[in-house]
Design a protein around this ligand. Structure first.
Ligand SMILES: NC(=O)c1ccc[n+]([C@@H]2O[C@H](COP(=O)([O-])OP(=O)(O)OC[C@H]3O[C@@H](n4cnc5c(N)ncnc54)[C@H](OP(=O)(O)O)[C@@H]3O)[C@@H](O)[C@H]2O)c1
Length: 329
């Protein structure tokens, strides 16, 4: 498994990171505790040393499951979580409510008091005394960025967090954070079908030697080739109403993937692995956060961290992506 630095923090994290959003269940039509814990164990056994979670994933459930799964193995793990999405407080900017019976109003809020509260909650749920990478999950316009960053630096000085990251940010806002102190990582949506960051965040992070953690690198499952037109997604799974998961778009994505089959076969990769291997070969993208709901998926995804696609194969894939770009949602 290849490892790369998290910015200037001195921390090395596996290029494929276990993404713990889906195991929280919320947005994903529920979750199974046993499967989730086995998925994390399979990821660690296959060489993944980094786990990314967030308080809002299942309103605390994902962090609790991660805490349970890493018991006795904490020292081998780089633990990344986030702050700034509150479902238990109505300050800041309204972000979403999924509208189900048990769903809550979620607010974006990065006030220093809120961050100081949140970090303690995360440490408890994760059953640890430190968070290796602490990221502001979504940005808001109520709190001064400088105040947020000062609070994060303070937590770092106290040893509660070891590195500071942002997510769903812009280069302009990263400059505001960096006027107070250095950032180690930026977490953004990036995959073969989501390349917006190439014009803004990626150049910034390359220049500043920051890590870039690509989220949804398999397009929430679409790029695995396993979401065929007949597959029914469960109730509560947000992909059901996402136009990207329409039957027509699934057919088009599978057509694109089929053109990449020669590359997959040459390296002995599944489409899921190919999507991850392509992601970590993009200039400036240092890590791919791979979601997995069970041990089989987690072990399969980890293998992508051992593969280095050649320049020719990346160029060949880019030509296919470019050809299909206008047709895909
Ligand atoms: N910062 C943010 O705002 C943000 C936002 C989104 C995600 N993230 C992070 O990024 C991580 C990954 O993103 P993501 O979960 O959205 O999307 P993803 O990694 O692109 O896709 C994950 C989903 O694909 C399917 N899958 C995974 N491995 C597979 C395999 N080997 N074969 C077949 N299907 C497979 C699973 O769903 P099914 O089996 O149900 O198809 C899984 O839940 C998250 O867990 C989270 O840590 C962060």
């Amino acid at each position: 498994m290849q490892q790369r630095p998290l910015g200037q923090s001195g921390i090395q994290a596996s290029v494929v990171v276990f993404g713990a959003w889906a195991i929280g269940g919320l947005f994903w039509g529920g979750t199974d505790e046993q499967d989730s814990i086995e998925a994390i164990h399979a990821a660690l056994d296959a060489g993944i040393n980094c786990i990314d979670t967030a308080p809002v994933y299942g309103y605390g459930l994902s962090e609790r499951l991660v805490g349970k799964a890493i018991e006795g193995r904490r020292d081998e793990i780089v633990l990344a979580t986030k702050c700034g999405l509150r479902w238990d407080d109505a300050n800041g900017e309204f972000h979403f409510n999924l509208g189900g019976k048990d769903d809550k109003d979620v607010y974006k809020y990065l006030h220093p008091d809120s961050i100081r509260y949140e970090v303690e909650q995360s440490l408890k749920r994760l059953n640890t005394d430190r968070i290796d990478l602490y990221q502001t999950h979504w940005q808001e316009n109520v709190t001064a960025v400088e105040d947020t960053m000062a609070a994060l630096i303070d937590l770092k000085q106290q040893g509660k967090i070891r590195a500071i990251g942002v997510s769903n940010c812009t280069a302009e806002r990263m400059n505001q954070y960096e006027a107070v102190g250095p950032l180690d990582a930026d977490q953004e949506k990036f995959s073969m079908i989501d390349r917006k960051i190439e014009s803004d965040q990626l150049p910034h992070c390359r220049e500043k030697n920051m890590a870039v953690l690509a989220y949804s690198p398999m397009g929430m499952g679409l790029l695995t080739g396993k979401v065929d037109p007949e597959r029914e997604l469960p109730k509560g799974d947000i992909r059901r109403t996402n136009p990207r998961f329409s039957k027509e778009n699934r057919v088009r994505v599978i057509a694109m993937l089929n053109e990449m089959k020669p590359v997959a076969e040459q390296y002995g990769l599944t489409f899921a692995q190919l999507a991850l291997a392509w992601t970590i070969r993009q200039p400036g993208v240092t890590h791919a956060l791979a979601g997995a709901r069970n041990a089989k998926q987690a072990a399969e995804n980890a293998k992508a961290g051992e593969v280095i696609l050649s320049d020719e194969d990346v160029i060949f894939m880019d030509q296919i992506i470019e050809k299909h770009r206008g047709n895909l949602v």
